[in-house]
Design a protein around this ligand. Structure first.
Ligand SMILES: C[S@@+](CC[C@H](N)C(=O)[O-])C[C@H]1O[C@@H](n2cnc3c(N)ncnc32)[C@H](O)[C@@H]1O
Length: 296
């Protein structure tokens, strides 16, 4: 427990027992480093070659690999486990289908609004990319839902229309039709404080930031982990990167197991584990560790 293996998650994940994980929280490679964004820059070729497509030779190979990882994730997930998977907008519908083909139910695509997006290159006449997506899925019906006040996710006060608004819609437009009947059923079922599929937070900056190029902020990871798991639960992240899922798990009293193929990123993660342990002398969970298997 609380272990990251410095090894490819596939096929290493086959060692995890069936139905043993409460939550999957992951951020796979995106099959891009937005190489197209730098094409307008002088000498861009020298830069682009360094990042090419996360090591996959084709889009087909990339999607087939993620399909294998999602099938294994389904096998190791407990009934009722939730999952969250970060992805870029260009692959979201493919990934939804892959997640469903593995056996999960896709529940909602969540939008992370990055309030300090990387600026667009002005000569490209493009909008800056201020949204990143997070697919929420589950094995069966989610066993855990620890509701949060919506203002912990963003600052809009009212995001969902109220029961009174629904009643007004029925009265004005749908008194006689099937939509009115459906709205009436929904009106009875909606809660008071709806969480919508939006979280607002800056990208990782300041002290939290490591040199990992796609590090996710803890403030984006932690709310979903708290909503969909309980203290003591086990979280799986097949693509740990600089270990944000692991740190979020430690900070919230969950356990984790994960993989990271890159030894340099494992070093960053080890530094984060060390500073977590220094800052939490009373930590009474299992000490986080990284097992180096890259030479095997
Ligand atoms: C998008 S990043 C994850 C970043 C992470 N969420 C964080 O906040 O630090 C994806 C990571 O997956 C790793 N990776 C790529 N292929 C892998 C594989 N087959 N097994 C395990 N890790 C892999 C990459 O080295 C990269 O660090």
């Amino acid at each position: 427990m609380n272990t990251v293996f410095n090894k490819s998650c596939h096929p290493k994940m086959q060692e995890i027992a069936d139905a043993s994980v409460n939550l999957i929280f992951t951020d796979p490679p995106y099959f891009q480093y937005r190489a197209q964004n730098v094409k307008g820059l002088k000498n861009h070729k020298d830069v682009v070659t360094e990042f090419e497509f996360d090591g996959f030779r084709s889009e087909k190979e990339y999607l087939a690999f993620l399909e294998d990882v999602m099938k294994e994730s389904y096998r190791v997930a407990k009934e009722g486990a939730s999952g969250y998977l970060f992805c870029a907008d260009d692959f979201v519908s493919y990934l939804n289908r892959i997640i469903e083909a593995a056996g999960f139910k896709v529940r909602k695509v969540i939008h992370w609004h990055k309030t300090n997006p990387f600026p667009a290159i002005s000569s490209r006449k493009m909008f800056a990319n201020s949204m990143e997506l997070l697919i929420h899925f589950s094995k069966g019906s989610p066993a855990t839902w620890n509701h949060k006040p919506v203002n912990e996710m963003h600052n809009y006060r009212h995001t969902a229309i109220t029961k009174a608004d629904i009643e007004a819609l029925i009265e004005k437009y749908h008194k006689e039709d099937k939509i009115g009947q459906l709205l009436a059923l929904m009106k009875e079922a909606v809660g008071k404080d709806t969480l919508d599929n939006l979280i607002e937070n800056p990208i990782c900056m300041g002290k939290e930031r490591t040199r990992h190029k796609t590090q996710k902020p803890l403030k984006v990871c932690i709310p979903f982990i708290e909503i969909s798991s309980n203290p003591g639960d086990v979280i799986l992240d097949p693509f740990m990167g600089a270990g944000s899922t692991a740190i979020a798990a430690l900070k919230t009293g969950r356990n984790f197991v994960g993989y990271e193929i890159d030894a340099g990123y494992c070093d960053l993660m080890q530094q984060r584990f060390d500073s977590f342990m220094l800052q939490h002398p009373g930590f009474n969970g299992e000490k986080p560790k990284i097992i180096n298997l890259s030479s095997i």
